[in-house]
Ligand binder design. Structure first.
Ligand SMILES: Cc1ncc(COP(=O)(O)O)c(C=O)c1O
Length: 365
C-alpha cells in the first residue's frame, strides 16, 4: 500500500457538484477580488472564532506582514519569534524592515519558550510572535503576561492552529492580532492561497483592510506604501462553505491523532509532542521524534508511507537569516529539527491507510 501525505483531490471529488456550482455563482457575480464573497467569509470566520473581527487576505504570509504593519512594526524594531517555525514567520518580520530575534523552544511541547523569549527583550523590542507549532498551542498565559509586563504586542501565528483552544478559548483570541493561513493543506484549505488577520480590536482590522489594498482612501489618496494582498472572491466563497464542515474535519483529525498517539506510545524509539496543559491540539500536522531520522524515514519508505520533514533547517540557521544572529545556538530547536518527521494525518485518508500508519508507528524499533 502507498499512503500519501495528502490527496487533496479526494476532498474536492467528495463534493464536486457543490464546488462547481459555487464557481459558477462567483463567476456570474464577477466579484473576483475581495468583494462580497471575501466579506461573507470575514463575518463567518470572525463568528467561528467567538466574535472576532477578521480581514481576509491573500496568504498567511501576507496576514503576518499586514498585522505587523498595522501594529506599527517597522525599521528599528525587533520582534521575538521562535526559530522552530516555517520561514514565513521571521520572513514577514524582516519584510517590514524590522529585525527577527530568535527564541528557543520547550523540550516537551516544542513551542516557543517564555524564558528564552524573556531573555531577548531589549529597548528595541516591539512585539513577540508566538507560533502554535504543528497545531499545538504555545503557553498563551505566560506570553500574555510577559508581553503586557514589557509593553509589547503579542501576535499569534495560527497558520497551523485553526481548531486549537486553551480552556475553551480558540487559538487566535489571545494576542493583539492573530494570523491564519488557508494554504490547501491547512485545516481550512482554499483552492489556491488565502489568509486572514483577526483581532478583537476593530480599528486594527480596519487598518489591515486599508493596507491590504495599497492603503488607498476612497478619495484616491494612498496613506502608505503597501501592496495588493486581497483575498480572491472564489477563495472567500469556498472557504465559507468549507468552514461549515470544519468541526467534522477537526474531529476526524483528532481521532486519527489519538490512534497514532496510542500506537507511537508502544514504540520505544518514538517521542510525540506534549500538549500544553488545558489546551486542545488542532493536529494540522502529526509530528514524531524518532531516535534516528534517516533510519525512520527509510523504514516508512519501505512500508510505502509518505512523510515530510517540517522543517529540516531551523530559521536561525537558514541562509536568509544569516544577518540576524544565525551564529547563536538554540540547542532545543536544533535537536528538534534534526529529528522531527511528520506522517500522513489527512482526514480523507481511508481507514486502511490510517491503520497502516498506526501499525508502522507501533512496530518501529
Ligand atoms: C507557521 C506558519 N506561518 C506562516 C505560514 C505562511 O502561510 P502561507 O503559506 O499561507 O503564506 C505558514 C505556512 O505554512 C506557517 O506554517
Amino acid at each position: 500500500m502507498n499512503v500519501p501525505m495528502y490527496d487533496l483531490k479526494r476532498e474536492y471529488l467528495a463534493d464536486r457538484e457543490a464546488y462547481l456550482s459555487l464557481f459558477d455563482e462567483v463567476c456570474r457575480s464577477a466579484q473576483f477580488a475581495d468583494g462580497v464573497y471575501a466579506a461573507r467569509f470575514e463575518s463567518a470566520f470572525g463568528a467561528y472564532l467567538g466574535g472576532m473581527h477578521a480581514a481576509a487576505v491573500n496568504s498567511g504570509t501576507d496576514a503576518l506582514i499586514l498585522a505587523l504593519k498595522a501594529l506599527g512594526v517597522g525599521p528599528g524594531d525587533e520582534v521575538i519569534v521562535p526559530s522552530a517555525t516555517f520561514n514565513a514567520t521571521p520572513g514577514a518580520v524582516a519584510l517590514t524592515g524590522a529585525v527577527p530575534v530568535f527564541a528557543d523552544c520547550e523540550e516537551d511541547t516544542w513551542q516557543i519558550s517564555p524564558a528564552s523569549a524573556r531573555g531577548l527583550i531589549t529597548d528595541k523590542t516591539k512585539a513577540v510572535i508566538g507560533v502554535h507549532l504543528y497545531g499545538g498551542m504555545f503557553d498563551v498565559r505566560a506570553f500574555r503576561r510577559l508581553t503586557r509586563e514589557a509593553g509589547l504586542f503579542l501576535i499569534e501565528d495560527c497558520a497551523q492552529a485553526l481548531g486549537a483552544a486553551f480552556r475553551g478559548e480558540p487559538a487566535g483570541s489571545f494576542g493583539d492580532a492573530a494570523c491564519f493561513s488557508f494554504y490547501p493543506t491547512k485545516n481550512l484549505g482554499s483552492f489556491g492561497e488565502g489568509g486572514a488577520v483577526v483581532s478583537a480590536d476593530n480599528a486594527l482590522i480596519d487598518r489591515v483592510q486599508l493596507l491590504k489594498k495599497h492603503a488607498r482612501t476612497p478619495e484616491g489618496d494612498h496613506l502608505a506604501v503597501s501592496g495588493n494582498m486581497r483575498m480572491h472572491g472564489l477563495q472567500g466563497a469556498i472557504l465559507t462553505k468549507k468552514l461549515e464542515r470544519l468541526p467534522d474535519f477537526l474531529a476526524r483529525k483528532a481521532r486519527i491523532a489519538a490512534c497514532y498517539r496510542k500506537a507511537a506510545a508502544q514504540s520505544p524509539a518514538l517521542t510525540v509532542q506534549a500538549t500544553e496543559p488545558g489546551s486542545v491540539h488542532a493536529y494540522h500536522l502529526f509530528a514524531v521524534l524518532p531516535d534516528d531520522r534517516d533510519r525512520f524515514t527509510e523504514y516508512l519508505t519501505a512500508r510505502g508511507i509518505a512523510f515530510s520533514v517540517q522543517y529540516p533547517v531551523p530559521c536561525h540557521r537558514q541562509t536568509a537569516f544569516a544577518a540576524f544572529g544565525g551564529a547563536r545556538s538554540l540547542p532545543v530547536t536544533e535537536r528538534l529539527f534534526s529529528r522531527v518527521v511528520t506522517v500522513p494525518s489527512y482526514p480523507y485518508l481511508t481507514e486502511e491507510e490510517i491503520l497502516a500508519v498506526a501499525a508502522a508507528l507501533r512496530e518501529y524499533r
